[in-house]
Write a protein that binds this ligand. Sequence first.
Ligand code: PGA
Length: 249
Amino acid sequence: MRRKLAAGNWKMNGLRAGLAEMDALAKAHPAPAVDILLCPPATLIAPAAQALSGSRIALGGQDCHQETSGAYTGDLSAQMLKDAGARAVILGHSERREKHRETSEEVRLKARAAQAEGLMTVICLGESAFQREATNTLDIIGAQLSLSVPDESTGENLVVAYEPIWAIGSGQTPTPEQIGEVHTFMRARLERRFGSGVGRSVRLLYGGSVKAENADEIFGIPDVDGALVGGASLTAQDFSPIIEALEKL
Ligand code: PGA
């Protein structure tokens, strides 16, 4: 059985005052029935790890470099994230693919480095509005999936998040049929590549405008094992009901 996962992506939001929100979330969920992951800006990982020690909330980064160390000004390695207290890292988010021109090949190299460090990788993929209208969405997803996911992946170190770019931060979500179609397709692809054991154990998240109001419907879709939540993960008040909706399943 795949354990459900509620993951929060804080993006470039959060100062040290935000640690109080994490603390409130930890207090609201002392013994969660699902996994909870928060990915704050890297500057908050170490203080958050300290503040949340003893809690059931895991921390993650939002990107990492493929090398362990070296002359890469401004970058952070997987080893550094782990050293700061992270247990996971989001990779290949569409904001990095678009604004930093990250390719699926780069995402795969980063993921391989993070997995080698023992971090769980949350690899993001998704089509743009133009791609959904003009081409076959499943072709786009299939190519991103096969190129971004390293061969070394397992059910423990790989989570895949389907995030249609047009649904991120827009308040627009795909229909349950559209989400279900992509998740069923990703599951089949993973089973074909890794065998049914690993293929069935990888968790598949949906991301893009998930909030308390639509969580029940989204979590009821087959092969949706949780969510990657942006805006609604920033406060305990908004994130808690999403975690509770996942716990009900
Ligand atoms: P959103 O972001 O929940 O604010 O739409 C999701 C994401 O980008 O991971």
